[in-house]
Structures are given as C-alpha cells and as structure tokens.
Design a protein around this ligand. Structure first.
Ligand code: EPZ
Length: 422
C-alpha cells in the first residue's frame, strides 16, 4: 500500500505535460476488438484502470505488446465472450466491454459491475439501449447473459446523456444491421474520440459531440493507428495545483476547447489563464493571484458544463479563497467524500445533500488524511501542496487509477511530494 507525503507551502514553476485521457482510452480499448487486424495506440497512459482493461483484453484472446506509451494490439484471435469477474469488480468502467464483445462475438457474459465509492452507478440505460438493438439479456445470479445474433439498428433515446451508455450502444451498433440513432447522447470529448477511433478502422459513425449520434452497421473493420486525446481532467488538476499554491506554470498537451468550463471557473477565482499555440493541441499558461477569490456558485453538469470529475479538485482550491463559495454536485449522489478530510486540514465546509458551502480560510494545516475515491484523493494532494507542514495521504491506490506517477509529475514543477511504500 502506498502513501503520499507532502510538505506544503512551496510555489510551483516550470511546465508539465498532460498524459493521454483515461476516459478516452478505456472505451477505445474495448473498441479494439471490433477488428481482427492489428491496432497501434499512441499516448496511452500507464494507469491502474488501463492496466486492468489490458488484462481483460488478454483474457479473451488479444495479444498485446507495449513500448513506453505505445500499445501494439493483435485482436485477431478473440476466443471468449466471458469477461472475468475479478476485472469487472476492479474497474466498473469495464462494463463498456459488453457492447464491444456483443459486436464481435454476438454474445457476452459479464457480472453486474455494481456501485463504487461515488455512487450506485446503475446500468439500466446501457441495458435499455442494447435491448432496443435486439440484444437478448438475461439477468440472473448477478450475471448478464447476452445473445446478439441478430442486432438491428434502432432509434434510441437515452433518458439521461450517460457517457457509458452512449459508448456501449455505439460499440454494439457498429455491427447491427442498418442505421442506429442515439438521441440525448452524451457529448463528452471522449465520445468524439471513440467515434474517430471507430471510423479510423472503417466504421461509419457521425454526430459525436452533439446530442444525436448516427451509426451505420458495417460488416468488418480494418487495421489502424491512433493517438488518444489528452486527459482534460488531469489538465484541470494541474491548473488547480497552480491556482491553490499561487503559482505560475505552463500545462502542455491540452485541447483548450475541452477545458473551457474549467478555465472559466478558475478565471473567476482571479487566475490569469492564457492559451498558447495555435493548433487543436496546445499549451496553457496559468498565473494565480496570491490569494484566490471565492466563486459564488459552481454546479456540475454533463459536458460542456463544469465536469463532476473536477468538483473535488475545484473545491480544494476554494477552501483557501477569500469569501464563501457554493458547489452543487448534480451528477453523482456520493461525491463529497473528500469533505471531512479537507476539514481535518482546517477547511470550513458544510454539506447538505448535493450542496457544499465552502467558507474560505487563510491557511490549511498538514494532516493525516485518506483518499476515498479517485478525484477526491487528487483534491487532497492539491490541498497538501498548500497546507502548512506535512500532509500524509493513504489509500493512494484510488489516485493511481487516474494519475500516472502524480508525485514525479508534481515534483518536476517544484512540489515537495514523495510516494512512500508502506
Ligand atoms: C463516466 O462515467 C466517467 N468514467 C466518469 O469518470 C465521469 O464522472 C462520468 O462519466 C460523468 O462524466 C469513464 O468514462 C470511465 P454516466 P459513467 O453514465 O459512464 C447515472 C473518473 O473520475 N446513470 O454519464 O459511469 C449515473 O448513476 C470517473 O474518471 C444511470 O442512472 O457516467 C450517474 O448519476 C468517475 N443509469 C449519471 O448517470 C445508467 O444506465 C452519470 O453517469 C447510467 C448512468
């Protein structure tokens, strides 16, 4: 079990590069099995969740080689349609394998992914959409036994723009006969990346990024090479590290359009943020004020609204802002696990249901705290960078699901942080 030890109060400086997106590569790794031809993926992040997904691919027959941040995958000999329980229980986002396995094998067996630290994470919208494609799903003894011998394109309306449900239906629909339309689809950049990846193999998907996606079923797919988009939440996390410590840094390998809502909110705290470079992938310079201003109200929404995955991180910055800030978490029902830990560090936060009221305090004090989930744990790291004295964070396996060597990355811009193996 690892811990982070952080000595706070240091200014950050220099530049830091963002890794490939965890939430883009996970559905793309599922999509790899749509083809029988070789696939090369660039910029793949080395994260616990990604490692688990690679184990799932290998368990059903994929051959995988890796060279630093490049993956070489041979999906020619997939010989199983059963997703091993142990991996599904490890990462619930493996549920997105369901749509891909159905498209490739015409059947699938997977255990119910269940809830996690931030909520129950139901999959009713996934199953509803797949059933509309003609998938026969028997739910018994905690398993989903699925038959998809004759999938036919359908006009599917999602009650809620669920990211995972949109991805699962997209993946299955690539091999359904005819046209599928997904209405009220999720618009996240990771959905666009999945569309572009599928099309790079000869798929016919259009409309991702809007609330209506159209998928034409195809008979087979080609080989492809693909570079995954940068991780917008990791980019936002580094911007928060600069904001909370009153620093000036450059964050590299960013698609500015993907983090507009984060930039807007950080500017409201008094940070000066200037995109640099012309292309779609560029850098962002941030210069934070000595003390941040409070932000009257922040509400989490589906993209392009302020992302739920940034809620804990932004809250950590607001704990030391001048004034009172309100945060409303609209997406997940249990995403304030970081609050009692921030209070142990001297923060002044009250929660009532999905609303948190943050009274800014001038200083935070280092303390022993526990990461309760991925982004809540990252928020504690940011608070530790600011706090006087030492902060010890345990349960950092949660954090390492979504951040690749976070201690090394933050040390490279001047933070005093060390990973200690217990
Ligand atoms: C994805 O989760 C991300 N995970 C999450 O990131 C992210 O927080 C979330 O989208 C929202 O942006 C990955 O991409 C691997 P949803 P997902 O389906 O697909 C309800 C992180 O930190 N819902 O859009 O599970 C659900 O309960 C993770 O990297 C149903 O009710 O998100 C939740 O309240 C955490 N029925 C809301 O929708 C369903 O069938 C959003 O869920 C599906 C979802």
């Amino acid at each position: 079990m690892g811990m982070f030890r952080i000595r706070g109060g240091r200014k950050l400086e220099g530049s830091i590069r963002v890794i490939g997106s965890k939430n883009a590569i996970l559905p793309i790794l599922a999509a790899v099995i749509l083809t029988r031809k070789p696939v090369v993926l660039y910029e793949f992040p080395s994260l616990a969740d990604v490692e688990n997904m690679l184990l799932i691919l290998q368990s059903i027959g994929c051959r995988i080689k890796r060279d630093n941040s490049t993956l070489f995958i041979d999906p020619s000999s997939i010989d199983s349609w059963v997703i091993p329980d142990r991996y599904v229980k490890e990462i619930r986002s493996s549920i997105v394998m369901l749509g891909a396995v159905l498209a490739r094998m015409k059947k699938a067996k997977i255990t119910y992914p269940g809830g996690c630290e931030i909520g129950q994470r139901p999959i009713n919208l996934h199953l509803q959409g797949l059933r509309q494609l003609g998938v026969i799903i028997n739910e018994s003894y905690g398993y989903l036994d699925c038959e998809a011998a004759n999938m036919v394109g359908a006009d599917i309306h999602l009650d809620y723009p669920s990211v995972g449900a949109t991805e699962n239906v997209m993946l299955a629909a690539t091999r359904a006969r005819g046209r599928t339309v997904i209405r009220n689809a999720a618009k996240e950049p990771e959905i666009v990346d999945l569309q572009n990846f599928i099309n790079s193999m000869g798929g016919r998907v259009a409309g991702a990024g809007s609330n209506t996606i159209v998928i034409e079923g195809v008979e087979s797919f080609d080989e492809t090479e693909y570079t995954v988009i940068p991780d917008r939440i990791v980019a936002g996390s580094y911007l928060v590290a600069a904001a909370i410590t009153g620093s000036e840094i450059v964050v590299e390998n960013v698609i500015v359009e993907h983090i507009q809502s984060i930039i807007t909110k950080l500017r409201e705290t008094g940070c000066m943020i200037v995109p640099q470079g012309e292309g779609p992938v560029s850098s962002v310079r941030i210069k934070a004020p000595r003390r941040l201003w409070a932000v009257e109200h922040t509400k989490t929404y589906p993209y392009p609204g302020f992302p739920t995955d940034m809620q804990a991180l932004f809250m950590s910055a607001l704990t030391v802002a001048k004034g009172t800030s309100i945060i409303t978490e609209n997406i997940f029902e249990n995403r304030f696990k970081h609050v009692p830990e921030l209070i142990r560090m001297g923060a002044n936060i009250r929660t009532e249901g999905k609303i948190a009221v943050v009274q800014g305090v001038p200083i935070l004090k280092g303390a022993g705290v526990t990461a309760g989930d991925l982004r809540g744990g990252a928020a504690l790291v940011m608070a530790g960078l600011k706090a006087e004295g030492e902060t010890w964070i345990d349960n950092i396996r949660h954090i390492e699901r979504g951040y690749d060597k976070l201690d090394e990355c933050l040390r490279s811009i001047g933070a005093d942080i060390e990973r200690i193996e217990q």
